[in-house]
Design a protein around this ligand. Sequence first.
Ligand SMILES: NC(=O)c1ccc[n+]([C@@H]2O[C@H](COP(=O)([O-])OP(=O)(O)OC[C@H]3O[C@@H](n4cnc5c(N)ncnc54)[C@H](OP(=O)(O)O)[C@@H]3O)[C@@H](O)[C@H]2O)c1
Length: 158
Amino acid sequence: MIVSMVVAIGPKREIGYNNKLLWHLPEDLKNFKKITTGKAILMGRKTFESIGKPLPNRKNIVLTRDESYAVEGVTVIHDPMMAFDVALEYDDSDESELMVIGGEEIFKIYLPYTQKIYLSEVDYTGPADTYFPELDGEWKEIESKQFEGFRYKIIERV
Ligand SMILES: NC(=O)c1ccc[n+]([C@@H]2O[C@H](COP(=O)([O-])OP(=O)(O)OC[C@H]3O[C@@H](n4cnc5c(N)ncnc54)[C@H](OP(=O)(O)O)[C@@H]3O)[C@@H](O)[C@H]2O)c1
């Protein structure tokens, strides 16, 4: 199993404001669906509540410290390391990929374990209160494509 991230960032690494995304990019959302369908997706409790419901055809894993948190269709975890066990239990094939989908707190925790990032770089100017962490170590770009309003890249840890 590998650990990957899917994230859309602004020019200052902005990812959110008031627990919402900063932009509406249907092409990016379509891409997000394609990349994550059939996989385990992992998110923080705030991002989950921002989305509002479990995303279909994916194993939804939500990290929270709230021991009483329970939502139908969601696997709730309290220890960040449990995500690896849950994702492996869901898919132990060679293609198994845990998709970390945010937000800021969650990206920070899992960056050291991440080998691959599906990165959308969005043209954005405006307010933000959450950010994607600076990358650690060395990364190489393996794919890059320009869309209206954003550039989509895949980068891998060297
Ligand atoms: N642009 C993008 O690609 C993208 C993607 C995802 C999200 N976002 C944006 O990011 C923002 C949310 O990010 P955020 O950093 O505020 O929140 P978050 O990372 O989604 O969730 C934070 C929550 O995760 C739980 N948590 C964090 N560390 C934990 C630990 N060690 N153990 C157990 N639980 C832990 C806590 O939940 P409890 O408080 O319940 O304990 C914490 O409040 C929103 O604006 C969202 O729209 C953007």
